[in-house]
Design a protein around this ligand. Structure first.
Ligand SMILES: NC(=O)c1ccc[n+]([C@@H]2O[C@H](COP(=O)([O-])OP(=O)(O)OC[C@H]3O[C@@H](n4cnc5c(N)ncnc54)[C@H](OP(=O)(O)O)[C@@H]3O)[C@@H](O)[C@H]2O)c1
Length: 287
């Protein structure tokens, strides 16, 4: 049976591009989306993707990434009498919708007002990636406990999990150029705190004896994102050729990276090659 991949956050630029490459190359996908029509409209804008490809290879689950039932549906390809068939890999680009803001809540709680501050990004849900990580692990645990005869049976088919985190999360990685550090510290503390907490949720799971991440975890750390979800049409300039790739021991340090290059890298390394080289590594991607 061909592999099936679960996608979360595929209306975001990086993950939409990855999903486009995945579908164009004939893999099957189950994708969770809050607004399925937004996802299909974005995919049909992608060069080469047609309605018939979507009908053949894509199943969309309508729902929220913090809804355990919806997440479970996205992870199960098929229920059988013995044990379910699970997706072989999970790919997530879940992230909060950011708005640039010039005020912050007053430190005096009694004064329910906001005071001026340096420009920074606030998120509609500042805990979304942490909450998604918790929901994903809870969904995998319920699947392992309720649908498999024992944990080992689950662990032998546990999906590999690839999530987009960020550079600048852990100071010790030195993955941000000197001239960008101040900007990251001022502009991005809210999304970065969320990503750090997401990583801590995964880290805590890895230390458990019955670790539902038995299929392996891959963290993708892009530098500042540029561009949109549209993959280059054949023959057009592709920013992917400028992509530089490092890991946590030897980071690739740079300023920006195009969303479609992140999507293409995840497609090449995780979807096409399985991702073995990157399990337990943070892939640091920049231009
Ligand atoms: N911006 C940067 O410079 C930067 C740098 C490094 C890393 N990152 C991270 O890289 C990742 C990809 O970024 P991107 O710009 O390509 O995508 P993005 O625009 O951040 O997309 C976020 C995705 O998460 C989905 N989402 C959010 N809350 C959800 C919920 N409760 N339930 C279901 N889906 C939900 C959104 O769906 P809807 O369409 O329904 O909103 C969208 O598909 C994000 O995690 C981002 O934080 C960003």
């Amino acid at each position: 049976m061909s592999k099936t991949f679960a996608f979360f956050g595929a209306t975001g630029g990086c993950t939409n591009a990855c999903l486009a490459y995945t579908l164009l190359n004939g893999y099957n996908v189950i994708a969770l989306a809050r607004t399925p029509s937004k996802l299909t409209n974005q995919l049909l804008e992608q060069p080469g993707l047609t309605t018939s490809t979507l009908e053949k290879h894509l199943r969309i689950i309508q729902g929220d990434a913090t809804d355990i039932e919806a997440v479970m549906q996205t992870l199960i390809v098929e229920e059988t009498e013995s044990q379910p068939t699970l997706v072989s890999s999970v790919i997530s680009g879940i992230g909060g919708t950011g708005i640039i803001t010039y005020t912050k809540p007053s430190p005096c709680e009694k004064m329910k007002m906001r005071i001026p501050t340096m420009p920074h990004i606030e998120l509609a849900n500042p805990h979304i990636t942490e909450e998604f990580a918790q929901t994903l692990l809870a969904a995998l645990r319920r699947i392992a406990e309720e649908r498999f005869v024992n944990f080992n049976a689950y662990a032998s088919v546990a999906p590999r999990v690839t999530v987009i985190s960020s550079t600048g999360i852990k100071k010790e990685l030195n993955d941000v150029p000197f001239w960008f550090k101040k900007m990251y510290d001022t502009l991005l503390p809210i999304p970065h705190e969320d990503k750090l907490k997401m990583e801590m949720v995964f880290e805590a799971e890895k230390s458990k004896e019955e670790n539902v991440l038995a299929g392996g975890l891959i963290l993708v750390r892009p530098s500042f994102l540029s561009g949109d979800h549209l993959i280059p049409a054949p023959g057009k300039e592709d920013p992917y050729r400028k992509l530089r790739v490092g890991n946590e021991k030897k980071p690739a340090v740079g300023y920006t990276v195009h969303r479609t290059s992140i999507g293409r890298w995840i497609y090449e390394e995780v979807v096409r090659n399985g991702g073995d080289l990157w399990v337990g590594e943070g892939a640091i991607l920049t231009e």
